[in-house]
Write a protein of this length. Structure first.
Length: 485
């Protein structure tokens, strides 16, 4: 592959200086010598290892909130255009690394990169069309054809990507023939707002599998727990007899609490309930759903799988190897939760394992919440969840489905309403509400935020910038912010 010294700074400067398209080419075309110059793209410092290329449609105009960052970015492009040196190129890349995570167009896909063990350092990014258009309109076919032939083809030849993911069907339609002719595996993220939650999850899963299969040799992160489990399996006696019991500082508490819950409720095994989704430890974030999903009649007694073979938990015991359902269990709710949680821990996937505890307001399992007596189940769970709250000591409590009132009435001694419930009119779901409370279990303050259910309405997290709104509230919250050192 070509080196930085050979072409990247000169290529970027050439694209920024491009004047091939004019208003005669397209009426919605934006081009000037200030903030509307052609935008080359981005090449991460470790791209050569992964060779993953993301391709969008065309650059969007910055909204008011990002105007200052956009001016800094366009100024850096202008300096590289006028002084095409490696030093100016590096200055532009530094500005891009700071600015790109804020792009509304790119931001929803960063958790998918993290899921594949990738970061912005590992990828390259460009658009089919390098210039902005007025009012965010799609570029015309002539502009797309010219930009594709002038810049995109040359980039693909020089970058030699192993796999290409298009962010949207428009970009895929324009460039797929060019990519297919070069034998490069590709697919697209379907950005259609009409997709159901299941359709969106399937599309994302397909793209993640494509990236994992075809990316280069950048290492896929493996948690030490996984390595430990493999070692245990290899060291077991022939015939698989014997079972290693591993105690952690948390398992004795978890085991005792579960036994007492069984005794009080008469529920004999985990097909009928689920308490744990990972280890119960001190953590800044606690997420609470309504109750565990899955038909008890179709769930194994250890709570590990459904009869269909779909995994219901990452552990059949007490998560002794530090498994975490949000990261290690392919349950559709967990896909949505990762999108909500990753921005709160600075995109560092593995921090979820140690900074997020998950459970529910009710421990009884049912295929639908309406299949149990919800309020009664909340009440029977309350003494045990109070112990978990005392153990975790959260600063942020995320209710992914339950109402704030259901939590406050059982676990808080005081409440200050910060945001009244906000609804999504089309699905009639509360997408955001927030209160500051004093927890009875700890005597300390915590922020309680209600959001929509992760499996069906996880798409609302990006659309309404829920993680950003939570982070803003946490910055005003006494004590440490989740995800911050």
């Amino acid at each position: 592959m070509n080196t930085l010294k050979e072409w990247q700074h000169l290529e970027f400067a050439e694209i920024i200086s491009c004047t091939r398209c004019t208003l005669a080419t397209a009426k919605n075309f934006l081009r000037d010598d200030g903030e509307n110059v052609p935008q080359p793209g981005y090449i991460g410092p470790h791209y050569r290892k992964s060779r993953v290329l993301l391709v969008g449609r065309n650059p969007a105009s910055a909204n008011e909130r990002l105007a200052a960052s956009d001016r800094k970015y366009t100024a850096a492009m202008g300096m590289l255009r006028d002084d095409p040196t490696v030093e100016r190129y590096r200055e532009l890349n530094a500005v891009l690394k700071e600015f790109m995570p804020k792009w509304p167009y790119l931001k929803p896909y960063l958790p998918l990169l993290t899921e594949c063990g990738l970061s912005l350092d590992d990828i390259a990014y460009c658009n089919v069309v390098r210039c902005r258009t007025s009012d965010g309109e799609a570029p015309g076919d002539l502009v797309a054809k010219q930009c594709l032939e002038t810049h995109f083809v040359r980039w693909v030849e020089r970058l030699e990507p192993k796999v290409i993911v298009f962010l949207g069907k428009w970009a895929w339609k324009q460039a797929r023939t060019t990519v297919a002719a070069k034998g490069i595996p590709c697919d697209y993220m379907n950005r259609s707002q009409s997709l159901s939650a299941d359709e969106r999850a399937k599309n994302e899963k397909k793209v993640v599998e494509l990236l994992r299969k075809h990316r280069g040799d950048a290492p896929i992160l493996e948690h030490p727990a996984t390595i430990h489990v493999k070692t245990v399996l290899k060291s077991k006696p022939a015939g698989g007899k014997g079972k290693e019991v591993i105690d952690t500082p948390y398992t004795s508490f978890m085991r005792d609490l579960e036994h007492r819950f069984q005794s009080v409720t008469g529920l004999a095994n985990r097909s009928n309930y689920k308490i744990y989704y990972g280890q119960i430890r001190q953590a800044p974030i606690l997420t609470l759903g309504i109750n565990p999903g899955g038909d008890p009649a179709q769930t194994s007694e250890d709570g590990r799988t459904h009869t269909s073979g779909v995994p219901a938990s990452a552990s059949a015991a007490y998560f002794e190897n530090d498994e975490h359902d949000v990261l290690d269990c392919e349950w559709k709710e967990n896909d949505g939760l990762r999108k909500l949680l990753l921005p709160l821990v600075d995109g560092a996937r593995e921090r979820i394992r140690h900074e997020v505890v998950k459970t529910n307001l009710a421990f009884r399992r049912s295929a639908k919440a309406t299949h149990i007596q919800v309020e009664r189940s909340f009440d029977e769970t309350a003494p045990f969840l109070s112990e978990i709250l005392a153990k975790v000591g959260p600063k942020l409590i995320l209710l992914t489905g339950p109402k704030i009132a259901a939590f406050v009435s059982r676990y808080a001694s005081a409440e200050e309403v910060l945001f009244q419930p906000e609804r999504e009119p089309r699905v009639k779901q509360i997408i955001f509400a927030a209160s500051r409370v004093r927890l009875r279990a700890t005597g300390s303050e915590a922020l309680v935020v209600q959001v929509a259910h992760a499996s069906q309405f996880g798409w609302t997290y990006d659309r309404y910038e829920i993680p950003q709104r939570i982070s803003a509230l946490m910055e005003r919250q006494p004590g440490a912010q989740p995800g911050r050192a």
